[in-house]
Write a protein that binds this ligand. Structure first.
Ligand code: 5GP
Ligand code: ZN
Length: 139
C-alpha cells in the first residue's frame, strides 16, 4: 500500500536514494536530511500510513523494537549518552511529512541543546475533568 506522490513511500521503497542505516521487510531507517543532532534517524514503514492513528497492527507492534535496536546501536557507534524517540501527529504537533515515521535522535552530553516542553500546572479537579473527557471517548 503506497501513495503515489509520497516522498517517504519512494525513499522507504528505494526509489529515491537515502543514507540507509537499517532495512528489513517492513521498515527502512534513514538519516534525516536536516538532523537535530549527529546521527538523527527516521524509521519509515515501507507501507503508507499517514500517522499513528492509521497504522496497522503489524507495523505498530514492531516499530518500538526497531527504535530500541537503532538507539542501542547509536549509543555504541556514536558514543551518545542517550536518545529521544519522537513521533509527531498532525500539523499542530509539528508533523510535516504525512507518512508515519519515528525520529530517533541521539543526545550528547555536550549538546546541541534541545527545547522540550515547559512543565505546566493543573489542579486535581482539572486533571479529573480532562481524564473524564478522554475516558468518555475510550469507552
Ligand atoms: P516531521 O516534522 O514530519 O515529524 O519530520 C519530517 C522529517 O523528515 C524532518 O526532520 C525533515 O528534516 C525530514 N525530511 C523531510 N524530507 C526528507 C527527505 O527527503 N529525506 C530525508 N532524509 N529526510 C527528510
Ligand atoms: Zn507514504
Amino acid at each position: 500500500m503506497k501513495e503515489k506522490d509520497c516522498i517517504f513511500c519512494k525513499i522507504a521503497n528505494g526509489e529515491i536514494p537515502s543514507a540507509t542505516i537499517y532495512e528489513d521487510p517492513d521498515f527502512r531507517v534513514i538519516l534525516d536530511l536536516s538532523p537535530a543532532s549527529r546521527g538523527h534517524a527516521l524509521i519509515l514503514p515501507k507501507n503508507h500510513f499517514a500517522d499513528l492513528c492509521s497504522l496497522d497492527e503489524r507495523t505498530a507492534e514492531k516499530v518500538l523494537s526497531v527504535a530500541a535496536k537503532i538507539g542501542a546501536a547509536m549509543k555504541k557507534s556514536l558514543n551518545c549518552s542517550g536518545f529521544n524517540v519522537v513521533q509527531n501527529n498532525g500539523t499542530a504537533a509539528g508533523q510535516t511529512v504525512f507518512h508515519f515515521h519515528v525520529h530517533v535522535i541521539p543526545r550528547y552530553d555536550n549538546g546541541p541543546v534541545m527545547v522540550a516542553w515547559e512543565p505546566g500546572k493543573a489542579s486535581a479537579e482539572e486533571l479529573a475533568e480532562v481524564a473524564n473527557q478522554i475516558k468518555g471517548e475510550l469507552q
